[in-house]
Design a protein around this ligand. Sequence first.
Ligand SMILES: NC(=O)CC(=O)C(=O)O
Length: 286
Amino acid sequence: MIFFKVASLYLSDWLCQLSVTSDKNINIAKARTSIELASKQGASLVILPEMWNCPYSTDYFAEFAETLDAHDITAAPSCSMLSEVASREGITIIGGSIPERSGGKLFNTCCVFAPNGELLAKHRKMHMFDIDIVGDISFKESDIFVPGEEPTIIDTDVGRIGVGICHDIRFPELAMVYRARGCHLICYPGAFNVSTGEALWELEQRARAVDNQLYVATCSPSRDSAGSYTIWGHSTLVNPFGEIVATSGHDQTIIVTEVDYSAVQCTRDALPIWKQRREDVYRFID
Ligand SMILES: NC(=O)CC(=O)C(=O)O
């Protein structure tokens, strides 16, 4: 989980990496305790990991799925906990992700809650994690999930935030949309595995941050989470200059760090690459 304390343009940021079990009630209780702890310490934004209520495995997604009705969140125990804690503590929550059931389909969905407990937005993972690295890892999210169709931009008390989920980070176009629409921060709840994580997790975050000159936050479950998928961990915050502000190892942990949104404009003034783009010459197809 990541937590932010906000004072005008200046935030204090907590990253809290949760160990996910195969018992949903335990996962909900653990997340609640961590959010409350963050709030007591002054956090105003909390970010949870991808699949914080469910092991990251195609064997579990359907069983752990919840139906999310913005008008009656009580049928979804994971999200009703987030809504209740958001309103009791008066904080914004980027709710990692959970399996969502809707219209006979399943989505990998991040719910965002306002400090009054209102469901502000839902981001459905847009790019399915379907990979096959011979002799290493095979995973096919699209066996279970259907991709979301839209980018998600939310105006919150802690800035304009874009949301992506894990594999979404590999698509620079999505991050560019967020930059073009004025986001200061992109949050990617994620659960990279050890193979891709070691090679690419940090690289992808720094690339999205430096190309778009904004903050990138990632939040992962910890390595000891349930299921056969081995999680990389290493929740991280990267600044608009591509530098790592804070990161973790792979164990369950909380990191507290600080975010200064003025770095977004400073970096853009110093290196005005957005204005220097040559859209007149970029062509994907002749
Ligand atoms: N959960 C994911 O989308 C995993 C991923 O992208 C990876 O590289 O691992």
